[in-house]
Write a protein that binds this ligand. Structure first.
Ligand SMILES: Nc1ncnc2c1ncn2[C@@H]1O[C@H](COP(=O)(O)OP(=O)(O)OP(=O)(O)O)[C@@H](O)[C@H]1O
Ligand SMILES: [Mg+2]
Length: 435
C-alpha cells in the first residue's frame, strides 16, 4: 500500500521483507529515506536501526509503529530514527513526514555547503598574492592561527587587514565559533562600551533589557577590533583588563564573567606614534603587539596587480553575469604605474566600476576612474626615507619619462614641457641612465 501511495507522488520505491534484507539494500546505498516497521521477522526494526547506524547508513530513517509499540518507537528515535508514524496512518500523514524530512535534508546540505564555502572564502585561498613578503605573511598566519595569542595587523587602508584576520580565525580551531568584527572608529564613544561588554537592564536610560556584548558573542571564537587606534582611552583600560584576566563586566554589573575570546586588532595608524603622543596606552599597545603582521602596500607588490585584476574580473564577471570580460594590456600597464593609495580595495572598486561602464568584452582605460588614468604621483618612494635628494630624483625621472611618452620620444618638445633646457634634459637622461 505504501508503495502505491509513494510512487503516485513520484518517489522511487524499493521493498524489503525484513530488516536484514533492508540492511543489505541500504548498504548498497542510494536511498534518501527508509520507512521501517518495528516488528519484522529475521531482524526487527530496532536491530536494523542499530546495525544501519553502526554501518554508517546516511539515509533518514522513519519508523512505523502499531498501537502499543509507541514506547519502542520512541526508543528508536533515541537510536537515531528521524521520526515515527503510528499505525494505522492516513496517507497525508506519511507524505507530510516525508516532506518535512526532505526539507530537513535540503537545509542540512545547504548548511554544509555554506559552511564549506565560507571556510574556503576566508581561508588563504582567497588571499591572492605571489609576492614573497606576502608569502612570509601566509606562513606567519598559519603558525599563529592555532595559538590564542593576540595579533595586531598593520597596513595602509585596503591592504587586506580584515582578510588576514578572517584567515587566522578560519584556520584556527575556533573556526566553528563566531568571528565578530567591530570597527572601533565607527561607533560613538558613549555606545562602544555597552556594545563591547553588554549591559544589564537599567544600566542607562535606553537599557530596557539585559544585553550581551560582542565579547560574549565571540565567546569561543575571535573578536576583531578594527581601527583599534580609535579606541577611547577610557575603554583601553577595560580592553587591557579583558586581555589579562579573561573576564568581562557588563555595564551596570558588578560581578565579572569569564570569556574565552581571541582578540585580533588592526590599524592603519602608526600606533607607536600614538603611544608617544599619549593617545594610546603603552601597556595595551604591548599587549596587542605580541605578534604583529604588517601588510605591504599594493605599490610595493606590483607583481600582484595582474593576478588581482584577473581575480576581480572573475568575481564581478560572475556577479554581473558578464563572464569572459578581459582587461586591455594597456590597462594593466597603467595599473602598474599608479600608486594605489587605497590599495587592493581601490583596485577592486576600479574593476567593479569598469565592468559596469564598459560595454564590450574588453575593459579599456576610458572605463576607469580619472585618478588612475591621469597618474600624477610618483611611485617607488621608499616609505621610510626623508631624503629630499632621493625624492627629487624620483620625481624628475618620473616626469621625464612621462614627458617623453607624451612627445613620442622627442627630446626638444619634452624639454619644453619640463620647462628645462634641452641640454639639461640630455644631462639628466645620462645621469639617470635613461638614454
Ligand atoms: N590579497 C588579496 N586578494 C584578494 N582580495 C583582496 C586581497 N587583499 C584585499 N582584498 C580585498 O580588498 C578589499 C579590502 O580588504 P580588507 O577589507 O581586508 O582591507 P583592510 O586593510 O581591512 O582595509 P581598511 O583599512 O580600509 O579597513 C576586500 O574586498 C578584500 O576582499
Ligand atoms: Mg578593514
Amino acid at each position: 500500500m505504501l508503495q502505491v501511495i509513494l510512487r503516485k507522488q513520484g518517489y522511487v520505491v524499493e521493498e524489503a521483507a525484513n530488516g536484514s534484507e533492508a540492511l543489505q539494500k541500504a548498504l548498497a546505498g542510494g536511498f534518501d529515506f527508509i520507512l521501517s516497521d518495528i516488528r519484522m521477522p529475521v531482524m526487527d526494526g530496532p536491530e536494523f536501526l542499530r546495525q544501519a547506524s553502526d554501518a554508517g547508513v546516511s539515509a533518514t530513517i522513519i519508523m512505523m509503529s502499531a498501537y502499543g509499540t509507541v514506547d519502542t518507537a520512541i526508543e528508536c528515535m533515541k537510536l537515531g530514527a528521524y521520526d515515527y508514524i503510528s499505525k494505522p496512518f492516513k496517507n497525508d500523514e506519511i507524505l507530510l513526514v516525508l516532506k518535512k524530512a526532505e526539507e530537513r535534508q535540503r537545509l542540512a546540505a545547504e548548511n554544509r555547503r555554506l559552511k564549506e564555502e565560507m571556510h574556503r572564502e576566508f581561508s588563504f585561498a582567497s588571499i591572492i598574492s605571489r609576492n614573497p613578503r606576502m608569502g612570509e605573511i601566509f606562513s606567519l598566519v598559519e603558525k599563529v592561527s592555532e595559538y590564542k595569542t593576540t595579533v595586531l595587523v598593520l597596513g595602509e587602508s585596503g591592504t587586506g587587514k580584515e582578510l588576514v584576520a578572517r584567515a587566522i580565525h578560519y584556520n584556527s580551531g575556533r573556526r566553528n565559533a563566531e568571528f565578530v568584527a567591530v570597527n572601533c572608529g565607527a561607533i560613538p564613544e558613549s555606545l562602544l562600551e555597552s556594545e563591547l561588554f553588554g549591559h544589564v537592564r537599567g544600566a542607562f536610560t535606553d537599557a530596557s533589557a539585559d544585553k550581551a556584548g560582542l565579547f560574549e558573542q565571540a565567546d569561543g571564537g575571535t573578536l576583531f577590533l578594527d581601527e583599534i587606534g580609535e579606541m577611547p582611552l577610557s575603554l583601553q583600560t577595560k580592553i587591557l583588563r579583558v586581555l589579562q584576566e579573561g573576564e568581562i563586566r557588563r555595564v551596570g554589573e558588578t560581578t565579572p564573567k569569564k570569556v574565552d575570546v581571541r582578540v585580533i586588532s588592526a590599524t592603519s595608524k602608526d600606533l607607536e606614534h600614538e603611544v608617544r603622543g599619549g593617545g594610546f596606552r603603552e601597556d595595551l599597545f604591548f599587549r596587542l603587539n605580541v605578534f604583529s603582521i604588517k601588510l605591504p602596500p599594493l605599490r610595493e607588490r606590483l607583481e600582484d596587480i595582474p593576478l588581482l585584476v584577473a581575480h576581480f574580473l572573475g568575481k564581478y564577471g560572475d556577479k554581473f553575469g558578464r563572464p569572459g570580460v578581459e582587461c586591455a594590456p594597456q590597462v594593466v600597464k597603467e595599473f602598474m604605474k599608479y600608486t594605489w593609495p587605497g590599495n587592493v580595495r581601490e583596485l577592486e572598486n576600479a574593476i567593479e566600476r569598469g565592468l559596469i561602464l564598459c560595454e564590450g568584452d574588453l575593459l579599456t582605460m576610458d572605463c576607469l576612474p580619472d585618478g588612475i588614468r591621469n597618474v600624477h604621483t610618483v611611485r617607488y618612494l621608499p616609505a621610510d626615507s626623508l631624503s629630499i635628494k632621493q625624492a627629487g630624483e624620483m620625481l624628475e625621472r618620473d616626469f621625464i619619462r612621462r614627458a617623453l611618452e607624451k612627445t613620442g620620444g622627442n627630446r626638444t618638445h619634452a624639454a619644453k614641457l619640463l620647462e628645462i633646457s634641452h641640454r639639461a634634459l640630455l644631462y639628466k637622461l645620462k645621469e639617470y641612465g635613461m638614454e
